[in-house]
Write a protein that binds this ligand. Structure first.
Ligand code: ATP
Ligand code: MG
Length: 201
């Protein structure tokens, strides 16, 4: 059997307008963001392959450099390999905070404290944690917190996303009668309003 390399599989992965168009049989889509799609790979269950959309290809080496600075820390996935327009990361078995809210899995103060700890570690490494939103934080199946998507950690500008999320968490989510489960369409609306600065946070 002629096994393809990760590089070959990435080259076979095609996008049209940031939507996945062609995927090799060996890849299964597990997540998507504004700059990349993430796949699991047949025969390598421990890997997640992040393939950047063509216009964001240059981010692969940038993000790899940040992951290298965060390596061997329990809050961040390990970087396995970097190539032209892609990263191979440790696969995280779990859910994003966004998926937790959809499934009604409670987000606890301890989980929030672990995110703070993770971001504190990044700061101690000279980084500036940015773009910390619901889809970039994961709760693994063994109750660990992992922060993913670290490419913007090298920016100079301070990002208010995490402090705003925390404010919303303690002001609303923690209230006894506040719902703990949300429809994706509702969360998407909230995210959109937040990005347009239309929320009183
Ligand atoms: N190592 C991983 N293990 C498991 N799932 C992952 C992993 N990395 C990413 N994912 C999934 O893929 C999704 C997209 O990944 P990522 O956040 O890195 O993409 P992005 O395009 O950089 O996102 P953004 O829109 O925040 O810029 C994540 O929200 C998560 O669901
Ligand atoms: Mg993301």
């Amino acid at each position: 059997m002629n096994t393809k390399t990760i590089k070959e599989l990435v080259e076979e992965t095609l996008f049209i307008h940031q939507k996945v168009d062609t995927v090799p049989n060996e890849f299964t889509l597990i997540g998507q963001g504004r700059s990349a799609a993430v796949f699991r790979m047949e025969g390598s269950p421990d890997y997640a392959v992040k393939v950047f959309y063509p216009e964001f290809k240059q981010l692969a080496h940038q993000e790899a450099a940040v992951y290298e600075r965060l390596s061997h820390n329990k809050y961040y996935p390990e970087l396995v390999e970097v190539g032209e327009g892609y990263l191979v990361l440790e696969y995280l078995n779990g859910m994003t905070f966004y998926e937790c809210l959809v499934a009604g899995i409670p987000i606890t103060p301890l989980m929030v404290a672990m995110v703070d700890d993770a971001l504190g570690y990044a700061r101690s490494q000279g980084l500036n944690p940015s773009d910390i939103h619901l889809k970039n934080i994961m709760l693994t199946n063994n109750n660990q917190i992992k922060v993913i998507d670290v490419v913007r950690f090298t920016q100079d500008k301070d990002c208010p996303h995490w402090s705003d999320l925390k404010k919303a968490y303690f002001t609303y989510y923690q209230k006894k009668y506040f719902p703990k489960r949300f429809a994706p369409i509702f969360l998407e609306l909230i995210i959109r309003l937040y990005r347009k600065r239309l929320l009183p946070i």
